[in-house]
Design a protein. Sequence first.
Length: 375
Amino acid sequence: MSATEQSRSGDRTPAAEGGPVRIRKALDGLPSYRPGRPAAPAPGAEQAFKISSNENPYPPLPGVLEAVTATAGTMNRYPDMFATGLVAALADRFDVPPAHVATGTGSVGVLQQIVQATAAEGDEVVYAWRSFEAYPIVVGISGATAVQVPLAPGARHDLPAMAEAITDRTRLVFVCTPNNPTGAVVRRDELAAFLRRVPEDVLVVVDEAYREFVRDPEAVEGIDFYRRHRNVCVLRTFSKAYGLAGLRVGFAIAHDEVADALRKTAVPFGVSGVAQRAAVESLAREAELLERVEALVGERARVYDALVAQGWEIPHTEANFVWLALGERTLDFAGFCETAGLVVRPFAGEGCRVTIAEPEANDRLIRLAGEWRAG
Ligand SMILES: *Cc1c(COP(=O)(O)O)cnc(C)c1O
């Protein structure tokens, strides 16, 4: 056994003296975020594909990679703490004041900043369920109470029920559109009606991690709602459409007091200089990146149509993934795919989320899904 294997298997755990340290009760029973598993090569030596984390299958654009490489030489210095260049570029891109832009270590980092800024023990946070798996974790860490509102038929947000769930203890609401992991969007008229029922001092976060993949003209565009409502905050990321998942950079657009609070709760120097530079460069090459997004949207339609033709019932998706509601057979399907070199994301007892990736991976998904249905 190598030294690394030994320490991994715990053989080298020092026999330290003393009893266990007291950890906050809020962390008991908290789910831990499970990253998508790396793809292992299939036995038949076929290339394996990881389609479990909604990543962008394209490698970085040449210009972006070069900018990152050039910036890497300054890693002995702390980055610009307020990401001034990136904030200016985003303010310009979305036509908002720079003071309304707050960055963080991925939009999950910003999400944590939002919860820290608005909710603690005794407060309630309302969100749909099943939705993004980071929600129960960030809320749980804060000590606030999660109020989960089941999805409506079609795996869509049930906004009337979410409005009903708001009490005078509610401080924060997450609206995930398109919803991870089901792919369904919230329509403009639905969000407008919902916001009329939300008290104005309750923050509504529109989590739009997949906004660039949306083609439905009725779908919410969070920024329009931010412009009209002081209690709306838009959450976006460079991880999905922009292909920078590994660099950890996301941002919120929100009104003064919220954006201010997000800067206060940020990890100091959290967004690295390399990440800031890559994000700025990506915005400058947005057209090129959006061509790739368009190709993925085309692949999404191809996969969706093929699966529906096989008899699968899939909620309409506007994101870079599809949801297979497999129920009790979820883990079996995930195992079946893995043996054939396709790592999907199972949610035991509910379903599998599969990312739209390179055409070869999509072809394999279609083939395996067909074999599965044929029994
Ligand atoms: C992927 C994802 C995010 C963001 O991830 P980061 O990499 O932290 O920016 C945020 N919200 C949802 C719903 C997501 O699926």
